[in-house]
Ligand binder design. Structure first.
Ligand code: ADP
Ligand code: ZN
Ligand code: ZN
Length: 685
């Protein structure tokens, strides 16, 4: 009988089981090897894991279940990759197997060893070939600021905060940092992350132009499963030198990783919002340390966490305050809405400015962070409003298909002909979204002609108009080609795009964030407005005349003062002072436990019971547990939601506490409870 070995395997087991499970194998298997194993009644993909001497005592009894097969054609995942996964699982309070398996391309999970072998034979993954080396000589003459930044990157270990104005040439710095890495090491690989899928095509073309199509692969959720497997294998085997991707790419297998770039590092999209709620930015910094790879975090408006780290010297700050060429940042104009006639949507001044742009053949961009036609439909006779029957939220009126759609649960109905409550036919939209804004602007500009003497071409870009595959690309292409005079959209249009002809950016209603209960709302608004301003005047020839307009009811708010001066450091200093006084992050560390249940009472009872039981958990004395409260949207799809904030002035103490509290949470039972989850370093509280 062959010798039987116990092998630990990370599997997508239930999250109450934190570590890998033990299986038996007839052959020794190296950690990192992909295997197929039985799990319950299923057969699943697993990863051979190292033994943890500290935990081995618990697992002396060997699982009787055998490993069914190893995917030997794929080289094992590296030690540092496994360390990254282990860290992420521990830090974000999930199981190692869940994090490890979620980080692999979905198609890999479904393939048997045999199918995989066939696939590899049919379409061999390119082996690392470094005799067809990418041409790394192309590049532009650097500006002095770019040169200084690159010198800094070469001279220090980092991590770096590339604090560069929009249009200061950060992307060029990333390109040349990658170039320097590849020139110095024929095996090295780089990982470049952007917050949104929308931003990948443009970045991809810049990287391909510089390094060639063979060197670059993308990894994001907009790809088909076969594409993702192909990219993943190219990175894993070392054939791809550069991986471009969204947050999921932080877990890409890159055996020779030498550089990580996190562009727009402040963007909330880097935080995963389900499963293991990781921050790809924070993991990038950790991964850089593990792998000895340099990390560049880039932003014109860094997160206050990263800014604080650069103030304290934990991150090396590289400042690039000037725009490329003679380009200036747009002048910021505030319109005091208190002085406008009631119900004004576009102030006369703003309309006049848009008309000037039109006569000069320049483009304008108008943004409003709300899609749909109107956020609420209301009856003028009774107090009926378009509430969602399943959520504590209003359904949004979408005029284009005459529907009421819930943006939380998706519940959609045709707009009723008359008020469902009283039968009155006079029901009307309240407030406005991008669809209504576009319609209104078209009315206001109906008699205006553009520079070619033609009717004004208005286009709208938001999650609704870009739902279909390829729609976003074609809409962006139209803007770039100058086939659009005025672009109306949500924050989607404010991010990253290198629009060349836009000289006017207008925020028609940005006030909501000023008085939000979320302490991060001002930070987000400032970033959004600066980012939006950055879309204007990117072409130096027009930059002198470029403007950013903000319509507001609170023109004296200090946030707008800092915005006018493009003074992020002053804004950050003021915000950090407030946060310090209030003991908010980055001066404290938080976790949220969210519970979902049939009733609000059950959701809160679960949280409060787990809180009471925390008194016996190590490190609880260093942690504050707040009472359970309903979430801001309390009910979604008939499920009641509550949350509880856990806070500490010490990250280590919070981690220590959460690790031990984990079992308490799993042991806490409450009738009607559906599920719960821990969110470490939550972005919205
Ligand atoms: P950012 O990422 O900071 O917004 P980009 O890297 O996109 O800025 O640069 C803005 C524009 O300036 C791009 O069109 C880019 O090609 C151009 N650019 C960048 N660096 C240089 C340079 N050194 N010389 C000339 N043009 C440059
Ligand atoms: Zn009514
Ligand atoms: Zn709903």
């Amino acid at each position: 009988m062959p010798h039987r070995l116990a092998v630990l395997v990370a599997t997508p087991a239930h999250s109450s089981i934190r570590g890998p499970l033990s299986y038996r194998s007839e052959l020794p298997l190296a950690p990192g090897t992909l295997v197929r194993v039985p799990l319950g009644r299923r057969e699943v993909l697993g990863l051979v894991w190292e033994r943890d001497p500290a935990q081995d005592a618990d697992r002396l009894e060997m699982e009787e279940k055998p490993i069914l097969g190893a995917l030997e054609d794929i080289p094992p995942l590296t030690l540092t990759w496994r360390q990254l996964v282990t860290f992420a699982a521990n830090y974000y309070q999930r199981s190692v197997g869940e994090v490890a398996l979620a980080a692999l391309p979905p198609q890999l999970r479904g393939l048997s060893a045999l199918q995989l072998a066939r696939r590899l034979r049919r379409k061999p993954a390119a082996a690392p070939q470094h005799d067809a080396p990418p041409d790394v000589t192309k590049g532009v003459a650097l500006t002095p600021e770019q040169a200084l930044a690159l010198d800094g990157i070469a001279a220090h270990p980092g991590p770096f905060l590339v604090y560069g104005a929009t249009g200061s040439g950060k992307t060029e710095v990333y390109l040349q940092a990658v170039q320097a890495l590849l020139a110095g090491n024929p095996q090295a690989q780089a990982l470049v992350m952007v917050p949104e899928i929308n931003l990948t095509p443009q970045l991809e073309s810049r990287f391909i132009a510089r390094f060639g199509a063979d060197a670059v692969v993308s990894l994001h959720s907009g790809m088909t499963n076969p594409q993702r497997l192909k990219s993943w294998l190219a990175a894993h085997t070392g054939a791809a030198r550069i991986v471009l991707g969204t947050r999921m790419a932080v877990f890409a297998s890159l055996p020779a990783l030498g550089l990580i770039v996190v562009d727009e590092e402040h963007d909330p999209s880097y935080k995963q919002q389900e499963g293991a709620r990781y921050s790809a930015r924070d993991l990038a910094v950790y991964r850089g340390k593990l792998e000895g790879a340099k990390v560049l975090l880039g932003s014109a408006t860094p997160s206050l966490e990263s800014w604080q780290a650069s103030e304290k010297g934990r991150y090396q700050r590289l400042a690039m305050p000037s725009r490329i060429g003679s380009g200036q940042l747009p002048a910021v104009k505030l319109v005091d809405m208190n002085l406008q006639p009631p119900k004004t949507v576009f102030s006369v001044q703003l309309l006049e400015t848009i008309r000037q742009r039109l006569s000069r053949g320049e483009q304008s961009l108008v943004f409003l962070n709300r899609r749909g036609y109107a956020p609420v439909l209301a009856c003028n006779a009774c107090d009926w409003k378009s509430e969602c029957p399943h959520c504590s939220a209003y359904r949004v009126f979408h005029k284009i298909d005459r529907t009421l759609r819930c943006h939380h649960c998706g519940f959609t109905e045709r707009v009723p002909r008359a008020c469902p409550a009283c039968g009155n036919v006079d029901i009307a939209p309240l407030g406005r979204g991008t669809e209504r804004l576009e319609e209104h602007l078209a009315e206001l500009l109906a008699d205006t002609r553009n520079a070619q003497g033609e009717p004004v071409r208005i286009a709208r870009m938001d999650a609704d108009t870009t739902r279909l595959k390829g729609a976003l690309e074609s809409q962006l292409a139209q803007v770039h080609a100058g086939a659009v005079d005025v672009l109306v959209g949500t924050q989607m249009i404010t991010k990253g795009h290198d629009f060349r002809r836009i000289t006017l950016v207008a925020a028609v209603n940005a006030d909501a964030a000023l008085f939000s209960s979320d302490f991060r709302a001002p930070e987000r608004l400032f970033g959004l407005l600066m980012q939006a301003a950055g879309r204007a005047g990117r072409d130096a020839a027009q930059a002198g005349a470029s403007e950013m307009w903000v319509q507001t009811w609170h023109p004296a708010h200090p946030l707008f003062g800092a915005l006018r001066r493009h003074d992020y450091p002053a804004f950050a200093a003021q915000q950090l002072k407030e946060r310090e006084e209030a003991g908010m992050p980055p001066f404290s560390f938080q976790a949220l436990v969210r519970a979902e249940a049939r009733t609000q009472e059950a959701a809160q009872a679960f949280l409060n019971a787990a809180s009471a039981a925390a008194q016996d958990v190590p490190a609880h004395e260093h942690v504050t547990l707040y009472p359970a409260v309903p979430m801001s949207v309390q009910r979604v799809a008939n499920v009641e939601r509550a949350q509880m904030l856990v806070e500490s002035t010490s990250r280590a103490a919070l981690q220590h506490f959460l690790t031990h509290w984990h079992d308490v949470l799993h042991a806490t039972k409450e009738k009607g409870l559906i599920r719960w989850a821990v969110d470490v370093d939550p972005l919205a509280v």
